[in-house]
Design a protein around this ligand. Structure first.
Ligand code: HEM
Length: 495
């Protein structure tokens, strides 16, 4: 009995302190001039339930829209355990993303922070992040990589598509596109081709990412623990690749090739890019240690892995629902295929990116898909943007989906309309109103590669098969995917 009374007392004390903290926080915020209007909701849970409930509907931006109409484009709320300022204003988002004064740092939930590790490009700040970003971006966007990887992407796409001929049943697009993109990602990062290492990486990676959104408890048997173990196994493979490559480079130096010789040749993969820095810098100032390189190679798989197959899958979904767009896409791509058959020429990467309607389909898909619907940052000091005060220590959520689905920016925003990009401007470079790849300091270095992969996939899909999609819905929470993995039945096209 005594134990129960004691327990009840502790619970009451806990609730009491929670209320006090909540009211103090609320008062502090109400006292500060310029803090955006809004509602912090209930103690502890804030407005999380409403946020998650909107995520399960077909229009997840309803959460933002409701508050935008009450408080304006920038408002405060409390979700997932932290008070947060949500921006649906493209100008405010731009300032946060540009991060000129290095005031904003990434703020991921604890489970993600644990899995990423402290040195991940996704978590580090300042000069090191900028240097790494420039190195990776320079490589991933280089024409040399694009021209080399085009053949690999084609092979991977064709292999997967040809396997559909033998499937008598439904083809699950969400599963199939993952087969295509994982191979390419591993090739780009560390030049591993099909075989045991690729299979192990795939298996462990699937285990690893299951822990991205989970309770941050690191005890044997917990989800986080299993994911960290999977990461260790991946690191073993990557460490071996990095070590072997380092030895190879050292041998080249012993045979008279200096760093400049090695640097002047095109890098084969991200491991090459980072190792070159390791050699150059270790003689002088700062170096990129080997475990930093291996860690970042593994961690780069996180933004690179789920995103591209999701974009491919949603493109198929949107096209299945828009026969006129599909017809025009097919005509454009069929014309190129016929030319290639006649001339017996190989495709170059610019062939794919020169297909203007296809590029518009890719842009429109990325606008509506909102695969990364927002990014989370935390302020290191009080910042004022457009008259809004963001107090030190608060999180800011720059909502991309609200901007992409706002009538002010896109007429009839829920309508899949690739033709709108003819007016806006083809290749859909990132601008304030269009940020599927983020922007500023952390603009996705995989932007061009992703668009190329999607374009090659669409080309071979629409020139190889006609398909009928079963009814399926998009789920937006916790990540974007198809409820039933998008089942389709396919029939080959004869040219
Ligand atoms: C459709 C596909 C993709 C989408 C929508 C996408 C989206 C994004 C977004 C929104 C960010 C910014 C995150 C932030 O500001 O915190 C980002 C960063 C990043 N992405 Fe992508 N991404 C895609 C594909 C890829 C691929 C294929 C790779 C790798 C090959 C990649 C590698 C990265 C990396 C390393 C960063 C971190 C950059 C930094 O913090 O400096 N992404 N991506």
């Amino acid at each position: 009995m005594g134990l129960i009374i004691g327990y009840c007392c502790w619970v009451l004390v806990g609730i009491g302190s929670g209320w006090i903290w909540y009211w103090k926080m609320k008062k502090k915020m109400d006292d500060k001039n310029g803090v955006p209007k809004g509602n912090l909701g209930w103690p502890f849970i804030g407005e999380t339930l409403d946020f998650i409930a909107s995520g399960y509907t077909s229009r997840p931006v309803t959460f933002m829209d409701k508050r935008k109409s009450l408080y304006g484009k920038v408002f405060k709320t409390n979700i997932l355990g932290s008070p947060i300022i949500v921006s649906t204003d493209p100008d405010v988002n731009k300032v946060v993303l540009q991060n000129h004064g290095n005031t904003f740092v990434p703020a991921y939930p604890k489970s993600i922070r644990e899995l990423l590790g402290k040195s991940s490009i996704l978590q580090i700040n300042g000069n090191l992040q900028r240097r790494l970003h420039a190195l990776l971006g320079g490589f991933l966007r280089s024409p040399q990589l694009k021209s080399r990887i085009t053949k690999d992407i084609e092979n991977s796409v064709k292999l997967t598509l040809s396997s559909w001929r033998h499937m008598n049943n439904l083809v699950y697009v969400q599963e199939e596109t993952k087969k295509i993109t994982f191979q390419i990602l591993v090739k780009v990062l560390m030049s591993i081709g099909p075989g045991d290492d690729l299979n192990s990486l795939k298996k462990e990676f699937e285990e690893f990412i299951k822990g991205l959104i989970c309770l941050p408890i690191k005890l044997p048997g917990t989800r986080l623990y299993k994911s960290l173990k999977a990461k260790e196994k991946m690191l073993k493979i990557v460490n071996r690749v990095v070590e072997e490559r380092k030895l190879g480079m050292e041998m080249m130096s012993d045979h008279g090739y200096d760093n400049d010789d090695q640097k002047s040749g095109a890098a084969n993969d991200a491991v090459d890019v980072l190792l070159r820095e390791y050699f150059v810098e270790s003689n002088g100032k700062q170096s990129l240690p080997l475990d930093f390189i291996s860690g970042n190679i593994v961690e780069m798989m996180i933004p690179g892995e789920e995103t591209v197959p999701t974009a491919m899958t949603l493109a198929v979904k949107f096209l299945s629902d828009s026969p006129v767009a599909l017809k025009q896409l097919m005509e454009e791509n069929m014309e190129m295929k016929k030319q290639k058959i006649e001339s017996c020429d190989d495709y170059t990467w610019t062939d794919y990116t020169s297909l203007s309607f296809t590029q518009n389909v890719v842009s429109e898909t990325l606008r509506m898909a909102n695969i990364i619907n927002a990014v989370w940052r935390k302020t290191l000091k009080d910042v004022e943007i457009k008259g809004y005060l963001i107090p030190q220590g608060w999180c800011v959520l720059t909502s991309f989906s609200s901007v992409h689905m706002d009538e002010e920016n896109y007429e009839n925003p829920y309508h899949f309309d690739p033709w709108r990009w003819e007016k806006i401007g083809g290749g859909a470079v990132n601008n304030n109103n269009y940020t599927p790849f983020g922007g500023g300091q952390r603009l996705c270095p995989g932007l061009d590669l992703s668009r190329l992969e999607i374009s090659i996939f669409l080309h071979h899909l629409v020139t190889t098969y006609r398909w009928v999609a079963e009814k399926d819905d998009i789920v937006h929470f916790p990540t974007v995917k198809m409820k039933k993995k998008l089942p389709i039945t396919v029939a080959p096209i004869r040219i």
